[in-house]
Design a protein around this ligand. Sequence first.
Ligand SMILES: Cc1cc2nc3c(=O)[nH]c(=O)nc-3n(C[C@H](O)[C@H](O)[C@H](O)COP(=O)(O)O)c2cc1C
Length: 228
Amino acid sequence: MQLVEAIESRRSVRAFLPDPVSQETVREILRLASRSPSGTNMQPWKVYAVGGAVRQGIADDVAAARERARETGVEEHVSEHRFYPPDMRDPYRARRREIGWGLYGLLDITKGDREKAFAQHGRNYTFFDAPVGLFVFIDKHLEIGSWLDLGMLMQTIMLVAREYDLHTCPQAAWPPYHRIVRKWTGAGEDEELVAGIALGHEDTRAIENTLRTTRAPLEEITSFAGFE
Ligand SMILES: Cc1cc2nc3c(=O)[nH]c(=O)nc-3n(C[C@H](O)[C@H](O)[C@H](O)COP(=O)(O)O)c2cc1C
């Protein structure tokens, strides 16, 4: 696959087929993605790939935890870092609303429909039914610069997946459940869960996969100076 084709065909897929992805393929994707650049070549990432019974165990534990939190009103599972500012401003607020309501619109979830929204958010924790989940961790000793490196790795994973006709969804939904993920993967207390990535074959009949996101025009996100 050509690079441009991989870039243009990558998108966040939120419904996967049960078709398996072999460990060999996952290994090859991760091997290629490990060529991603990192500051001073520190390669600060650690990826835990899960499938089969481990993937299912994690999904079941998170589902039970979410149900418990809903019943008791007490949230025992919290992230070790803050992902977004609590007072989100424009243009970011407007952009995230566009994608949020775009997705909910397709799924017929209206404002205030908390049951459906809860269920849709819960789809994150089955990896949207993808057979493989990847958990990306960073050593807690490291700083913000190394977090940038994890983004490089994640993007390369997602682009390389296209080479194998696979799709992905990056997921910041996972860090609150780091304790459950640690229990099943053996990740250490000295490592911090940054994100998950769902990996599998797209269910092309699923309505949520018809979502196409927009991008701000170049003029809004760039500035040029000094060119002849
Ligand atoms: C770091 C990161 C975290 C994300 N977390 C989630 C998530 O938890 N759940 C989800 O459905 N999508 C998640 N997304 C997907 C974004 O919503 C998506 O990338 C964005 O809307 C652009 O759409 P596209 O990926 O289809 O181009 C995440 C994306 C990134 C880069």
